[in-house]
Design a protein around this ligand. Sequence first.
Ligand code: FES
Length: 97
Amino acid sequence: MPDGEMIGVDAGQVKICLARVEDKYYAMNDMCSHFATRLSGGEFYPDDLEVECPLHDSRFSLLDGTPHEVPADEPVEVYAVRVDGDEIVVGPAEEGQ
Ligand code: FES
């Protein structure tokens, strides 16, 4: 997965937005909290660690899932990520989400 990119991943029933910035990976729930659309279809801002929803442009922090622009006003879950050899392991949800 190239630096500065994000992808949508299906893990069973859970849809995950997975992003890489330099050597660190971030994961959050891929479904916007405002309406059912995938955040990974939007814009990624690696310098701000934010993802912009493609439908109404709310921007979500990859650090804690908080939306920084309306109309979304509820956070999405973020998940712990670790690299295990050639695999990227996601989950469980971080505390406080
Ligand atoms: S669907 Fe994401 S901000 Fe509205």
